[in-house]
Design a protein around this ligand. Structure first.
Ligand code: ATP
Ligand code: MG
Length: 174
């Protein structure tokens, strides 16, 4: 599966609708402090079903909704749309929306689904809200501090090849 486009509206600091094209290969997000880089990564995790407000740096799930500033009123909802292409080359559009007091709702290709259905779509090791392929600020420090063997395991997880070693060991023992 690969990601093509991310659309945000009312999500954290992205108060105005914003659109981001994700090109093939490694994607880096750069910009001054506080411009929303981490928020972007959180939006990606959130639309894939992240259910822990703590890993979204918030106290409650509604904290992802634009909270307002001195000259801008808060928003009533936050919405993130992820467009992807599945490994079967099918177009996939996942929408997650949260409204104050009403919780989250998900849609996949236009149909209402449960949170669980969305997590299942991203259940393989290389994608999903807890994917090692999404490297957040804190994780960079962990990658640098890791011992070589641990670092190798992290990179293999990210590349989605960690299962290969298990299969190779199996094959060698036969
Ligand atoms: P750094 O380089 O310091 O890591 P960053 O680019 O990762 O910065 P973020 O942490 O993504 O920045 O964005 C922080 C900004 O998002 C802060 O200005 C914060 O006030 C704003 N923000 C977070 N949640 C909300 C919200 N619910 N409503 C409005 N603004 C929010
Ligand atoms: Mg950051």
């Amino acid at each position: 599966m690969y990601f093509r486009r991310l659309k945000l509206s009312g999500f954290k600091s992205f108060v105005e609708p914003a659109e981001l094209y994700i090109e093939p290969g490694l994607t880096g997000v750069v910009g001054p402090n506080g411009c929303g880089k981490s928020n972007l990564l959180e939006a990606l995790r959130w639309v894939m079903g992240e259910s822990s407000p703590k890993s979204m740096r918030g106290g409650g799930m509604e904290d992802v909704i634009f909270a307002g500033t001195a000259n801008r009123p808060p928003r009533a909802f936050a919405e993130v749309v992820l467009q992807a292409v599945t490994s079967d080359r099918e177009e996939l559009e996942v929408v997650r929306r949260i409204e104050r007091g009403a919780g989250s709702a998900y849609r996949v290709n236009g149909r209402d689904v449960r949170a669980k259905d969305v997590s299942l779509i991203f259940a393989d090791a290389a994608t999903g809200a807890h994917s090692p392929a999404l490297v957040s600020q804190g994780r960079i420090a962990a990658v640098i501090a890791a011992k070589p063997a641990e670092r190798r395991a992290m990179l293999e997880d990210a590349a989605g090849i960690s299962g290969l070693h298990v299969r190779r060991r199996d094959a060698e023992q036969k």
